[in-house]
Design a protein around this ligand. Structure first.
Ligand code: ASP
Length: 587
């Protein structure tokens, strides 16, 4: 890359001892100014690449954040004044002449102050100043590097980049959509894409074979650390493939992205089934960076006299080992009560805790209800020893897993960005995740285009909740990076799945005819995947909120303090669209 332009010969951060003696011209922002005496002043000049100390005439007017151009000679800093913490710390610019390109008002916060010391709203209100700072510069450049590595990896594997529409009909992918009113057809709406799902499947029918896109997706869902209304994903689809082909292609892109960001290629990504993830970690987003695995205990209590256990289809426990988690294992009565409350909030009927004493003796309010044999077997099954805390939940399988999985995270999960990076493929997700309380129909685990596992297809109508899908997720440090599946390419099977969801043929044709119709014209077997680039980059950049890797994100409440969006529009615009707004509901 050449950094010189008509207005500069070098960038601030690139100068070092090897440039000593050269006359250079830099351009940037005044980061700091300090009086030096002898009619001289130091100016730290900043651009995207770093900071350069320049010795200027103290009469020169150059204040914080002014945009200036400085010509001078690269010189060694006098002995004792070098700064080993700065890449340019051995040199400075002397004999400088300074030209002011633009003056500036004092910024609302010091640009060189640490970002977390500035209020989030102020950072977003003045985002262009926030992005001028080192942290955001680094993150956005890292993101660009990741995008570029992903493109290369995809193209090297024969994927073709295709752009898909932003204005589209509403689709049954599950998330709440953003709608765009049509001016030509008042009362009609486009939806913004939750993802390019339908388009990429149509591209397979169209014979594109391998498609990818770094796609912007929009979902009107409550925002969190890992969720914005708009986000970016690597979206891909392939024809004539099985799950293994998709996982291999996506792994290549993810590993290339990780290498671009960190310089290290992670080891091949391991796989576990959804069932195993739930059983061992109590989560379909298992964080493999720490232990505290759930242990199956149901059979120990098959003949128990303890009522709460006797009637439970599933009993699981986890051992808070006092060697690894001394503080948690030693928690007192108050904390244990809080943990029990938490378990109840999460849906359990209760939480059984036990402290292991000398010789394996169990101290617990329920200890007296358990036989000696049950206690000994329990201690052995959990591998417990003196000083450990044992936590048990007895309930439906999904509740024991879910509650203990959450407690596991509450007790020991490190911040998401902390190493080591643990990627894992979770495969064989269930096709449906439960029964929708309103429609009384099964609820798709992902979207309704996932192919049922061929071994389970015959159970679709009779035992839908036990049908596995050819669907898989990619998880990193407990964050879901993305999902994908082998798709249904057989029109009859697609209709069967729609029927199960309560979408009859007539409704399916009316709403998604444009999608179902093409499948009559020779749809190849196909499958794909999409992963969130914001999430991946955030973790690789050492951030725990995706806002830190998005140039212009929204606040947690979905607002943009800089542009004040969303805002009201002119009545004439509404009229053109045939819309009228209702007063804001009270409260
Ligand atoms: N469209 C899906 C999503 O955005 C990904 C996929 O199934 O390929 O989550």
């Amino acid at each position: 890359m050449t950094s010189s332009t008509t207005l500069r010969t070098h960038t601030c951060g690139e100068l070092s001892a090897r440039h000593i003696g050269e006359t250079v011209t830099l351009a940037g922002w005044v980061s700091r100014r300090r009086e030096h005496g002898d009619k001289l002043a130091f100016v730290d000049l900043r651009d995207f690449s770093g900071v350069m100390q320049c010795v200027i005439d103290d009469g020169a007017d150059a204040r914080s954040e002014w945009v200036v151009r400085i010509t001078g000679v690269v010189s060694a800093r006098p002995a004792g004044t070098t700064n080993p913490n700065l890449p340019t710390g051995e040199v400075e610019l002397t004999n400088c002449s300074l030209e002011v390109l633009n003056s500036a008002e004092p910024p609302p916060f010091p640009i060189d102050q640490r970002a977390d010391e500035v209020d989030e709203n102020i950072r977003l209100k003045f985002r262009y100043l926030d992005v001028r700072r080192e942290r955001m510069q680094r993150n956005l450049r890292l993101r660009a590097g990741v995008n570029s590595a992903i493109r290369t990896a995809m193209e090297n594997q024969g994927f073709v980049e295709v752009e898909t529409p932003l204005l589209m009909p509403s689709t049954p992918e599950g998330a709440r959509e953003f709608l765009v009113p049509s001016r030509k057809e008042p009362g009609s709406f486009y939806a913004l894409p939750q993802s390019p799902q339908l388009w990429k499947q149509l591209l397979m029918v169209a014979g594109m074979d391998r498609y990818y896109q770094i796609a912007r997706c929009l979902r009107d869902e409550d925002l969190r650390a890992d969720r914005q209304y708009e986000f970016t994903q690597l979206d891909a689809e392939m024809s004539f493939v099985t799950k293994d082909d998709v996982l291999a292609a996506i792994s290549n892109a993810v590993l290339a992205a990780a290498h671009a960001a960190t310089g290290i290629t992670p080891p091949p990504i391991e796989r576990i089934t959804w069932h195993e993830a739930m059983n061992r970690f109590g989560s379909d987003k298992p964080d493999l960076r720490f232990g505290l695995e759930l242990v199956e205990l149901t059979s120990i209590f098959s003949g128990t006299a303890f009522k709460a256990f006797a009637s439970s289809p599933s009993i699981k426990g986890l051992r808070v080992d006092c060697g690894t988690y001394p503080e948690q294992a030693a928690m007192g009565r108050n904390k244990l009560d809080q943990l029990t409350e938490r378990a109840k909030q999460l849906g359990a009927k209760g939480l059984v805790w036990m402290k292991v004493g000398e010789g394996g003796a169990l101290e617990s309010p329920v200890a007296k209800f358990l036989s000696d044999e049950e206690k000994t077997t329990l201690v052995t099954a959990l591998g417990a020893s003196s000083g450990d805390l044992l936590l048990l939940v007895a309930d439906e399988w999904s509740t024991t897993c879910g509650v203990l999985g959450q407690l596991r995270n509450d007790l020991a999960r490190p911040p998401v960005h902390e190493g080591p990076y643990r990627y894992v493929w979770v495969v064989d997700f269930p096709l449906f995740v439960g029964i929708n309380p309103t429609t009384k129909k099964p609820q798709p685990g992902h979207h309704p285009f996932c192919h049922p596992h061929p071994d389970d297809e015959s159970k679709l109508e009779t035992d839908p909740l036990n049908v596995r899908a050819l669907a898989y997720d990619l998880v990193l440090n407990g964050w879901e990076l993305g999902s994908g599946s082998i798709r249904i390419h057989e029109p009859d099977l697609q209709r069967r799945v729609f029927q199960l969801l309560g979408i009859d043929d007539e409704t399916a044709d009316r709403k998604f005819g444009f999608f179902l119709q093409p499948f009559k014209y020779g749809a190849p077997p196909h499958g794909g995947f999409a992963f969130g680039i914001d999430r991946l980059v955030a973790i690789l950049a050492g951030e725990d909120n995706i806002r830190e890797v998005i140039a212009f994100p929204k606040t947690q409440s979905g607002l943009d303090p800089m542009t004040n969006a969303p805002g009201p529009v002119e009545a004439t615009q509404l009229n053109e669209l045939g819309l009228r707004t209702l007063p804001k509901p009270a409260g």
